[in-house]
Every structure is written in structure tokens, then in C-alpha cells.
Design a protein. Structure first.
Length: 343
């Protein structure tokens, strides 16, 4: 049999599809594999290039195949889709992955370590609890509004409503509704405790990681953003520049340029939505602090706030923070205050 040099591997939950070609590009093998047979199959092959879409469980399979001596490249699905010929199915996807991985000028996704994936799991779980907390709060407010009880906006409003629910002498709420709302109140309290626990775990991870601690010195970057950055960016050197990194997060304008005329639109909002939201929240915190204590020590921010709305300025500042973070991660440097601030 001809030697396989490149394999497109379409991973799934149970059934995987393999498409292998030789050095001349001729198809050598097309077959399905059960999950339990994947590692045994690759153990029998000589070292080759394996392409996988960057999706659920792809980092696990990348680590496993690299341990067997293969070269694994993870690709964004957007690079694979144009290679699919006509109908989409597992066989066509595996072939498209094999063709895409051999292409030039592609940026591949670095394989994350188990430690990085564990940190991301902390963030994802905490974020899920926050969404559930918001849903429970909205439910409590909506249910009590049916009885004419409306609380002011904010955290204290829900607390006041739960006091009403806990008061058996308040006849505005029926007993059945009171039991339902009490259950929601208990769920809300449990979620708040869980979120605090995960905040402590993320802080502990932050204190154990040197890169995360260095990033914390950037204005607008706290333990939450610092740990999310370290966990999400496996290899900062894969980005050609700081602007390239900011574009990956989705903090640069879309381009509609043609004929030498540059046309820039709104920010692209591509990349990791969670990371982008943390950057914008950090930028808003810096702006809020600057408005309270004055912006004289940051001339760039002062001039920006003078001519742009606060939220537009926050996006620009978030992009600037992202670029500083990339420079520190890629070069291993510590944060240095600008000369104007150091005086």
C-alpha cells in the first residue's frame, strides 16, 4: 500500500471519518472508525500530517495523536467549508479537511494543554451560573409583576421582593405563588454561592500562573480577564502583530475597501465573544475611574472622550488593552507605565 502522508480526520461523538492521501495527492484510504478504534488505527501508521477541525474534543485528539508521533494541525471550520464539494457529509468533510490542511498561508489553532482547558472550564461554568442567575432573577420579577409587585431596577430590588415573599402576612401573594417564588429564591441563593466559589477558584489559578499575574498590572485587566487570556491563547506567537490579535478578538473595524479606497465599518465582533466582553468591561472600568479622578494623566484617553461617546471610546480602549496584553504575552515582558504617567 502507498505511504499515507496527509490525513483529514472528521471527528464526532462516536463515528469518525478518515481520508488519507499519499505524497502525490492520490487517495489511499477512505474509511469510518469507531471511537474506540481511532488510536489503534493511528498507532499502525507512520508519522504523517493530520488535519482536524477546531471543534469540541479536537484538542484532546490533537494531544493523543501528537503523543503517537503524528503532526496535528487544528483549523477553524471557516477554512474547511470552501473545500467541501457539493453535498455535505462526513466523507466530504474529511476530504475537505485533508485538502485544507495541506494549503499554504493558513493560521492554525495551537493545541491547548489540559491546564488551559481546565481554566477555561472554570470560566465557562461560572458564566453558565451567571446566566442561570439572570434567568432566575427575571423569573422572580416577572411572576411578582403578575401580582402588581414591581421592584426598582438593580440587585436590591430583587432582595426587597424576596422579603415580601418571605412575609406570610403579606396577602398580595397567594400561598401557591409564595411556594414557587420561595423555591426560586432558594435557587438564586445557591447560584450566588456557587459563583463566589468559582470566583475564588479562578483567583487561586490566577495566583499560581506567572503570565496571568503579569497581565494583571495592565489597567483594566483583572484576574478574570488575565486567566481567560492565558487559557484561551495557547501560543501568542501565532499572531503576526498586536493588531492581528485584536482583530482575532473582534475589536477592529470591518473593511469594505476596494480600488485603493479604504472603507471601515463597525467592529467585526469575530472571535471569542466572552473574551471581547471582558475586554470591553475592563475598558469601561478604566473610563469610569478616569471620569471620577480626572483624565489628565492619560492624554490619549482625554482626547478620545472629548470627541467620541463613552461606549465608542471603550471599544477603542479595549483594543488598545488587547494589543498591550498580546505584546506582554508574546515577548514575556512586564507592564511599563507610559512616560507621561511615570512623572
Amino acid at each position: 500500500m502507498q505511504t499515507i502522508t496527509t490525513i483529514g480526520l472528521d471527528i464526532a461523538k462516536s463515528v469518525f471519518q478518515v481520508h488519507g492521501v499519499d505524497a502525490a495527492g492520490q487517495v489511499v484510504i477512505r474509511r469510518q472508525l469507531k471511537r474506540r478504534s481511532v488510536l489503534a488505527f493511528f498507532q499502525k501508521l507512520p508519522s504523517c500530517l493530520v488535519g482536524i477541525e477546531a471543534c469540541a474534543s479536537s484538542h484532546h485528539w490533537s494531544r493523543e495523536l501528537q503523543a503517537l508521533g503524528h503532526t496535528v494541525r487544528l483549523m477553524p471550520p471557516a477554512y474547511v467549508t470552501p473545500k467541501v464539494k457539493r453535498q455535505k457529509n462526513d466523507r466530504a468533510d474529511a476530504e475537505a479537511i485533508g485538502e485544507a490542511v495541506a494549503g499554504a498561508n493558513l493560521r492554525f489553532v495551537p493545541t491547548k494543554t489540559p491546564e488551559q482547558q481546565s481554566c477555561l472550564m472554570l470560566h465557562r461554568t461560572r458564566h453558565l451560573f451567571i446566566r442561570q442567575q439572570t434567568a432566575v432573577i427575571n423569573s422572580i420579577r416577572a411572576h411578582l409583576a403578575e401580582f402588581g409587585i414591581v421592584a426598582p431596577v438593580g440587585r436590591k430590588g430583587v432582595t426587597e421582593q424576596l422579603h415580601i415573599v418571605a412575609d406570610p402576612n403579606d396577602k398580595r401573594v397567594s400561598e401557591v405563588a409564595r411556594a414557587c417564588l420561595a423555591a426560586l429564591g432558594g435557587q438564586l441563593l445557591s447560584l450566588k454561592q456557587r459563583i463566589v466559589e468559582f470566583d475564588r477558584m479562578i483567583l487561586a489559578w490566577h495566583r499560581s500562573n506567572q503570565t496571568s499575574k503579569r497581565l494583571h498590572y495592565i489597567p483594566g485587566v483583572g484576574p478574570m480577564l488575565a486567566t481567560a487570556l492565558v487559557a484561551s491563547v495557547a501560543d501568542p506567537s501565532t499572531f503576526r502583530s498586536a493588531r492581528n490579535f485584536s482583530a482575532w478578538i473582534g475589536l477592529v473595524p470591518k473593511q469594505y475597501s476596494s480600488g485603493g479606497k479604504e472603507r471601515l465599518g463597525s467592529i467585526s465582533k469575530q472571535g471569542d465573544r466572552y473574551l471581547r466582553s471582558l475586554f470591553v468591561a475592563g475598558a469601561l472600568a478604566v473610563i469610569r475611574y478616569a471620569k471620577i479622578h480626572g483624565t489628565g494623566h492619560r492624554p490619549w484617553l482625554t482626547a478620545l472622550l472629548a470627541r467620541k461617546p463613552t461606549k465608542v471610546a471603550a471599544i477603542a480602549l479595549a483594543s488598545k488593552i488587547a494589543r498591550m496584553a498580546w505584546a506582554m504575552m508574546a515577548r514575556g515582558e512586564r507592564y511599563r507605565e507610559p512616560i507621561v504617567l511615570a512623572r
